[in-house]
Every structure is written in C-alpha cells, then in structure tokens.
Ligand binder design. Structure first.
Ligand code: SPV
Ligand code: MG
Length: 448
C-alpha cells in the first residue's frame, strides 16, 4: 500500500474540510477520462485510489497486461492521488466497509448494462452510513476510444492470449470454457456477462470442439474436417475475441503431423490442445462402445505427447492428454495408470471423460488422481453428467470445466423450428416474436 501524506500540497480550503474520496481504477493505461475522474474527486477531498486485484479484474472482463504492482505504481504517479490501496472485491464491499469514504466517484457509464449491479451495491453500502456517490459524465472522445481499443486489441495478440490460460488456472477457482465454432459464437463467449445474486459472471475461455466445428460444416465428427479448415475456424474466432482458446485436437493424428499442429496452434495464440488417446478412425466419445473405437497404447500416446512438447517453442502452450478409458469401459485403474504415464511423458494437464449421467466415476478419478498429483490441471466436460456444479467439480480438484456443445445444440432446434414454421405458414410473421429485432442484428457487430 502506498501512502503519501494527504495534507501535502493541499489548498487551505481543502484542509478544513478534508473528506475522503474513493475511486476504483481497473486500467493498465491512464487516459483523459481517468484524469478527469481524479480531478473531479480531488475537489471533494483526499483521493484514495483502489487498484482492483487481478482476480477481481478478470471477473470484470479486463485481463491485466501489467502486474498489480505496476498498476499501483502507475496510479501512485498521478497528480492528486494521495493514497493507493488494493480492492479485492469487484462489488466494492470490502473496500467501502474498510474505508467508509465520504464519497465514491465513478463515471456515469456504469448506470447501464451489467455494471449497474456494482453501482446498486455501492449505493446501498454508502447509504448505510451517509456516504455519497458522485458520477461525472464519462469522457468518450476519439482519443479515449482509441486507447480503450488498443488495450482490448493488445489482449487479442497471440503473445497475450496464449499465456492467459495458465494465468487463469492460477487465479480462478475454476476456469469455465464455452464451445465456439465461428466469429458469432466467439462473440457470445467473449461478451456474455450475467449478474446473478449480486455478482457478475462470464466465461473465461473458449473451446473449439471437433464435434461442433464439424457439425457447423455439416460433416461427421470423424477427423474428416482437415486441420487447415480447423485453423480457419480459429482465425474467425481470434479475429473478434480476446479470450484464450482450448483446441480440440481429436487424436492429434500421426505424431509426425502433430508436431506441426502444435507449432501452428502456438503461433496462432491458442493456449492449449487436448488430444485423446484413441487411434485410427476416431468417433465421437459420446457414442461410447456403441461403435468400434480403438484406444492407443500408453507407449504410443506418451511418445506423441513427448514429441509435441519437444516441438513447442514457448512455455505458455499446454498439451493436455484426454483419457478415454471410462468412455471405452476399460476401468478406473486403466484410466489412472494412463493419467500418471501421460503426465510423466510431459502432458501439462489431464482431461478425463465419461458419458455416464452420474458424475460418480469422474469424481472418483479426480479424487484418486489428486491424492497422488496435487498440481497437474484437471479438465472435465460435463455434457452427460450435467447435474454437477462447477463448484462441486472444483472441490474435487477440477481446474477447467468445458461446456462443449450446448451453444450448437441450442441453436440448431431454434433454427429448425423457424424453418418449419415458415414452410407451414407460407410467411414469416408467425416466427417474428421469437426473432432478434432487425435493428439489433444490424448493430450486433461493432464497426471499427
Ligand atoms: C467435442 O466437443 O468435440 C469433444 C467433447 O470432443 S465430446 O463431444 O464430449 O467428445
Ligand atoms: Mg471432439
């Protein structure tokens, strides 16, 4: 915590009425808008700036590009800032309880959208002891717009995006990834924020599913859609998003090919590839033993992982081994033996899959794996065992939860029903009330 004397350089008129004014900053670059807020705050008393900690920033959809220590230094360097503290709760509860500032100052842009939940909470906390909220008009000129865009686009650069998954695993109790297969679904993963029980929530990462990428192209999920086409999907997604990407690499193909895939994914800014220990004509895991599926040997698959690790150039990229023993009914001991072998071969994480409705076997695997290995990240895909919550999975040592196909599965029936009804009624009027208004669809995508 920085602490400069609030009395230094204060005009006499301010000393007599020295009140405390609190501002929360959650930016890596200071622009005119922030300076305006600080100047406004200074008129009311001694200015305390709260630097939002990394974990809270991430919940706020603002991933830091500099460290908390660097942000504190940045804020300390501003004129009229008397003290910098760390704010841990995005809703301000911790800081207002602790400081009881006479005033909180925030731009009026938080009156709309999900941030209004934070505003409501601040108003309630202040009203408990007679504090006041001051809301200067948000500065929105071309320069401020440009800086906001630069900050956002910096996060989309491969260097920043790639390392974000490892950073998130350290910071978030559980990383939530949503399936995406296009620019549009990418935007949904990027922008969807909900307010629930007074907290804001959003997805941390994106999953480029082989099932949904293939389905979107009208093809079966049998490694038919080639890597070049899969990379095109990644391009579409990275064009319009900043969140980290976990790529479904199916079996990884031949080891001789997999090493090239690793290089390309890394270069594109993908954070992780998950490859499954199957071989030959891969079928979707949710078919289980209803179709012929061959599991790779521990030796072959370990060699593939080791070759991939050797090929990668950065420390950021993760190769995650997916174990199909439970899907193929080969038993828990086989699953665990494989998990430990694949970690020894260099896997940066383990994904365990099941198609049972009951999460029992997944939880048993996670508990037993965690007893022997407290650190290696664990990934699950609760498509079949969907009654279990993220919190329960995290309590059993899970680090990443992937919602692998729900976007596609919700969109398809909606589109099919619309197509059927247009055919049924020979016009589109009857479907109109379930459609997004035309005005909204033409403004959905922001122009630069
Ligand atoms: C996918 O989403 O393509 C997956 C997960 O591999 S599953 O469909 O459950 O096998
Ligand atoms: Mg798949």
């Amino acid at each position: 915590m920085a602490n400069r004397s609030a009395m230094q350089n204060c005009p006499a008129s301010r000393i007599t009425t020295m009140k405390t004014v609190y501002i929360c900053l959650c930016t890596d670059i200071i622009h005119e808008g922030h300076l305006n807020i600080v100047n406004q705050a200074h008129k009311y008393g001694s200015v305390i700036v709260g630097a939002l900690c990394d974990a809270a920033l991430i919940r706020y959809n603002k991933f830091p590009t500099i460290s908390l220590e660097e942000r504190i230094k940045l804020y300390e360097g501003l004129d009229h800032v008397d003290q910098v503290v760390v704010q841990h709760d995005i809703m301000y509860s911790d800081i207002i309880d602790r400081l009881h500032p006479d005033y909180v100052v925030h731009g009026d842009n938080w009156k709309q959208g999900p941030e209004s939940a934070i505003r409501e909470n601040v108003l309630k906390l202040l009203s408990d002891y007679g504090g006041q909220l001051i809301e200067p008009a948000y500065t929105y000129n071309p320069e401020v717009k440009k800086i906001d865009r630069q900050l956002k686009e910096k996060l989309a650069m491969p260097e920043y995006r790639r390392r974000r998954l490892k950073q998130l695993i350290k910071i978030r109790p559980v990383v939530k990834a949503l399936e995406v297969h296009s620019g549009l679904t990418g935007l949904i993963a990027e922008k969807t924020i909900v307010e629930h029980h007074g907290e804001l929530d959003q997805f941390d990462a994106m999953w480029i599913s082989s099932l949904c990428d293939s389905t979107a192209k009208g093809k079966p999920d049998i490694e038919l859609v080639d890597m070049t086409s899969r990379f095109r999907t990644i391009d579409d997604v990275t064009e319009v998003t900043t969140k980290p990407i976990i790529f479904d690499g199916d079996t990884g193909g031949l080891t001789e090919h997999f090493v090239y895939t690793v290089r390309t994914l890394e270069k594109m800014g993908v954070s992780a590839v998950i490859i499954e220990d199957k071989t030959g004509l891969k079928k979707n895991s949710l078919f289980g033993t209803e179709v012929v599926q061959t599991q790779d040997s521990i030796e072959n698959f370990s060699a593939k992982i080791a070759a991939g690790k050797k090929a990668q150039l950065t420390d950021d990229f993760m190769i995650i081994a997916r174990i199909e023993s439970l899907i193929l009914e080969r038993g828990m001991e086989d699953a665990l033996e494989r998990a430990f072998s694949f970690v020894r071969a260099g896997a940066d994480g383990i994904m365990i899959h099941s198609r049972k409705k009951d999460p029992g076997e997944i939880l048993e695997f996670c508990d037993r794996f965690r007893q022997a290995d407290p650190g290696t990240p664990l990934v699950v895909v609760p498509s079949s065992f969907n009654t279990i919550t993220e919190e329960e999975l995290a309590a059993h040592g899970v680090n990443i939860v992937i919602y692998a196909n729900q976007l596609t599965r919700s969109a398809f029936p909606a589109m099919q029903k619309t197509a059927e009804d247009i055919l049924r009624y020979h016009r589109a009027k009857e479907v109109d009330d379930r459609l997004m208004p035309i005005k909204q669809i033409i403004t959905l995508i922001n122009e630069l």
